[in-house]
Design a protein around this ligand. Structure first.
Ligand SMILES: Nc1nc2c(c(=O)[nH]1)N[C@H]1C(S)=C(S)[C@@H](COP(=O)(O)OP(=O)(O)OC[C@H]3O[C@@H](n4cnc5c(=O)[nH]c(N)nc54)[C@H](O)[C@@H]3O)O[C@H]1N2
Ligand SMILES: Nc1nc2c(c(=O)[nH]1)N[C@H]1C(S)=C(S)[C@@H](COP(=O)(O)OP(=O)(O)OC[C@H]3O[C@@H](n4cnc5c(=O)[nH]c(N)nc54)[C@H](O)[C@@H]3O)O[C@H]1N2
Ligand SMILES: [Mo]
Length: 754
């Protein structure tokens, strides 16, 4: 079915320019760039309005990332360059009208780049792609809902329905979405966190009994040491740099562990203190460890060895709160230094100095993101980090703890309110009691399992609440094949992306309000990376009078499918307070939800290890987990490739072709490579190569990548997500969390021949 629609962006002749990586992040250029992007997309009035209301107590939550805002105060402009880009693209004045969208076939649109698709503007009407057509046409909301209800009616079994969620959806939309899936009869609720922080959720739940971080924003002011592992905050969480500057201001240290020395960790200028911007900026990282890709578990075991040797452990805490110490101690003591040094790529003396710093720390915070979670041994690595925090007693006290830095602005909230393919029995029971809907008990598909099921022709209805699963998932062509097997695919979206082009036999686009826009049913709520639930109120006129809010769309679908159900879907479309009352009755921690979320800054959800510490594990103790190091010999002729974000994208939304901080301009089809490797292979800067990934006997080749000499460990490569996703084999996943190993792809590299 429409096999000729391209699942990958076109390869173009581009004039790649290579400059020097930037030493200083943010600052005045960041601010002026934000305004420039805002002006060109949204115009002056909308730009000023959005910039003045983002992240204010009474404004809307920045869709850029899940980093929290200060609890008690807000500055005039509580955003960063990339947040500005995110809301400028949503507040754009450009409109993708039915006339424009139907002026080309999906085959023709697929020749557009991802950036060009996004820049078409906001989708204004519900649109349908019928099975005998290659062109989208407009249809009414009612007809769209009828198509979905008839597809639900035709399902041979509820397992044939899959409902995906991207992490921008509000708590209200997500709760209703999960309930809709369960009324259809399935827990098939894959979500973007399957590709993101799932490993953190799994690892932390087993170790400390909660799948979330345990620090508050204010903790950064009293931490004496912060480790930033596998994370690029200068680009992806710029407001985090203010928190790290706070650590430094109060005498603490920040250490970065990353194959790349990312801009922002070296020097940072706070965009909100414009007067100081003329200076050189605040140096952030006191030290940098250029670990090899995938070498963090080894490095953390090295640190653990030193801690055990130094003996500065919190014995009282270990005795009172933990299990597994003796076994771990024995295991770590036996771990081989040769292996640790080989895998981490860091010499022993350096690991020793790092271990001593960690051992001495009285208030340690460990932060991490995708550089840790998207590995085969991700869960083990996260638990290794937890072990270090546990033996130092860094839980239940201010200034210390675990800090997985979430991505999407409400990905954590979506999980809290039930977007979960294996929900707990307690959740299902409460949900059934309060809604009167019989809940399915079987675990559903995650993102990887969904793609497998689709390829087995076992999915007939796929619906997505936001996101771009085609481009975000691993193994792009395999996802495309699966999508084409589905009868009806439905995307609830704001902008056009490749998931609207690679579809089922018939497809719907249901256009929704964005965060920035006025919702007649009132404000919505979200949960940030530190467990604070707060409100988000749109202020702009909607992009089109035909848009509905996400909750209204979910209720519209559900009313059509289950009109005679005792659960009155209609009322939840009209007033988000009602949905919050329902969430409060189902999920612990939301007592007085409507009242407390109206307080300035919202409220914290309970968190045992942070507030107690108490541990919601079977034995009510924290678990010190023991893991062997991975054993993955790589032949001399192969490399390990990681797929990362540039400074000019938000996941699969590409804002521009430059990666200013890394000094890469005008092309994204590049592969960063160590100069020695380039020399050894007889290549030069801008040589064009083909990449082939190797996994379990399977090979996938992607052609025409330009080589860029970069300061990256030997044997390691970096390329951009989503262009390189085609190389990530579907079956290459993290143990325990099933997250695609987007940061560990074994590849070989050949000169491209025309
Ligand atoms: N502007 C902007 N902001 C965003 C996003 C965006 O696309 N654009 N995306 C949002 C989302 S959903 C997320 S999840 C976050 C992602 O935020 P990050 O996790 O910071 O994003 P990545 O670009 O995937 O960067 C991963 C970092 O890990 C490093 N790394 C890779 N492999 C390893 C390894 O084996 N060990 C170590 N120690 N480091 C490694 C890379 O060099 C890179 O610096 O950002 C969120 N914020
Ligand atoms: N190789 C590789 N792959 C990765 C990653 C990686 O590092 N490397 N990172 C992974 C990670 S961390 C994540 S989180 C996933 C991201 O996966 P997704 O969340 O699925 O993808 P996004 O690119 O964030 O989704 C962008 C689309 O969301 C829609 N959208 C934007 N705003 C709204 C809104 O308010 N409402 C609705 N309904 N739709 C909206 C727009 O149509 C836009 O095109 O990708 C993962 N994939
Ligand atoms: Mo993410």
């Amino acid at each position: 079915m429409r096999d000729d629609v391209s699942a990958q962006p076109p390869i173009r002749a581009e004039k790649l320019k290579i400059g020097k990586p930037k030493r200083v992040a943010a600052g005045i250029r960041g601010v002026t760039k934000s305004f420039r992007i805002g002006l060109s997309e949204a115009g002056l009035a909308r730009t000023i309005k959005t910039m003045r209301t983002v992240n204010r107590f009474d404004g809307y939550d920045c869709p850029g990332c899940a980093w929290p805002d200060p609890d008690d105060h807000r500055s005039g402009f509580e955003f960063c360059e990339n947040g500005a880009k995110a809301f400028a693209t949503e507040a754009t004045k450009k409109r993708l009208t039915p006339k424009l969208l139907s002026s080309k076939t999906v085959q023709e649109w697929s020749k557009f780049s991802d950036m060009e698709l996004d820049k078409l503007g906001r989708i204004t009407h519900p649109m349908v792609l019928r099975n005998d057509s290659n062109t989208y046409e407009a249809l009414s909301w009612d007809d769209a809902f009828t198509m979905i209800s008839s597809a639900v009616g035709k399902l041979k079994s509820p397992e044939q329905a899959v409902l995906y969620t991207s992490g921008r959806a509000s708590n209200e939309a997500a709760f209703l979405w999960g309930t809709l899936a369960r009324q259809i009869g399935t827990n098939n609720l894959p979500d973007c966190s399957n590709m993101c922080h799932e490993s953190s959720g799994v690892g932390l739940s087993e170790s400390i009994g909660i799948g979330k971080g345990t620090v508050k924003l204010e903790c950064f002011d009293s931490a004496d040491l912060v480790l930033v592992i596998g994370q690029n905050p200068g680009t992806n969480h710029p407001r985090m740099l203010s928190a790290l500057a706070g650590t430094k201001r109060n005498g603490g240290s920040v250490i970065s562990i990353n194959p790349l020395m990312e801009t922002g960790l070296n020097r940072f200028k706070h965009p909100q203190e414009i007067v100081r911007l003329m200076g050189k900026g605040t140096p952030i990282a006191d030290d940098h460890f250029p670990v090899r890709i995938g070498g963090d578990q080894a490095l953390l075991q090295g640190i653990a060895k030193i801690i055990l040797e130094e003996g500065e452990l919190d014995w009282e805490f270990i005795d009172k709160h933990t299990e597994g110490f003796e076994q771990w101690k024995e295991h770590v003591s036996k771990a081989s230094w040769d292996e640790i040094i080989e895998q981490s790529g860091i010499e022993k003396g350096r690991i020793k100095s790092l271990g001593e710093a960690v051992s001495k720390s009285k208030n340690l915070i460990i932060c991490w993101a995708m550089g840790i979670t998207q590995h085969e041994n991700a869960v083990a690595t996260i638990q290794e980090a937890c072990n270090i925090l546990l033996v130092g007693g860094h839980f239940g006290r201010k200034g210390a703890g675990a800090c997985p830095v979430r991505g999407h602005s409400n990905v954590q909230g979506d999980r809290t309110v039930g977007i979960n393919h294996h929900p707990s029995a307690a959740f299902l029971e409460a949900c059934e009691k309060e809604t009167g809907i019989t809940m399915p008990n079987d675990a559903g598909y995650d993102s990887v399992e969904f793609v497998r099921a689709a390829n087995r022709k076992n999915v007939e209805l796929f619906m997505a609440l936001g996101g771009n699963i085609l481009s975000a998932m691993s193994d792009t062509e395999e996802v495309a094949k699966g999508m084409r097997e589905i009868d009806l695919t439905v995307q609830i979206s704001t902008k056009l992306n490749r998931s609207h082009l690679i579809t089922g036999k018939q497809a719907l686009i249901l256009p929704c309000l964005g965060r920035t826009e006025i919702d007649p049913a009132g404000f919505v709520t979200v949960e940030n990376s530190m467990g604070v639930v707060h409100s988000s109120t749109g202020k702009l006129m909607p992009a089109s009078e035909h848009l509905l809010s996400e909750p209204a769309i979910v209720c519209g679908i559900a009313s059509k499918c289950f009109g005679d159900s005792p659960f009155d879907w209609g009322q939840y479309a009209a007033n988000h307070d009602q949905t919050r009352d329902l969430i409060q009755s189902v999920i612990p921690g939301f007592t007085d939800y409507n009242a407390r979320v109206r307080q300035k800054g919202g409220f914290y959800l309970p968190n045992g290890p942070r507030d107690g510490p108490t541990w919601n594990t079977p034995s009510a103790k924290a678990q010190i987990k023991t893991h062997d190091l991975p054993n993955r010999p790589i032949s001399e002729t192969r490399f390990i490739l990681m797929t990362i974000r540039s400074h000019d994208q938000y996941n699969t939304t590409i804002y521009g072709m430059d990666d200013r901080y890394r000094g890469i301009y005008n092309s994204r089809r590049v592969v960063m490579m160590n100069q020695d490797d380039i020399d050894e292979m007889g290549l030069v800067a801008k040589s064009v190569v083909d990449l082939t990934s190797h996994f379990d006997g399977r090979e996938i080749t992607s052609e025409q990548w330009k080589v860029i000499p970069y300061d990256i460990p030997k044997g390691n490569l970096a390329a951009y997500f989503p262009e390189a996703n085609v190389l990530v084999p579907l079956d290459s996943v993290a143990k325990g969390s099933n997250t695609p190993t987007s940061k560990w792809i074994e590849v070989s590299l050949k000169v491209h021949k025309d």
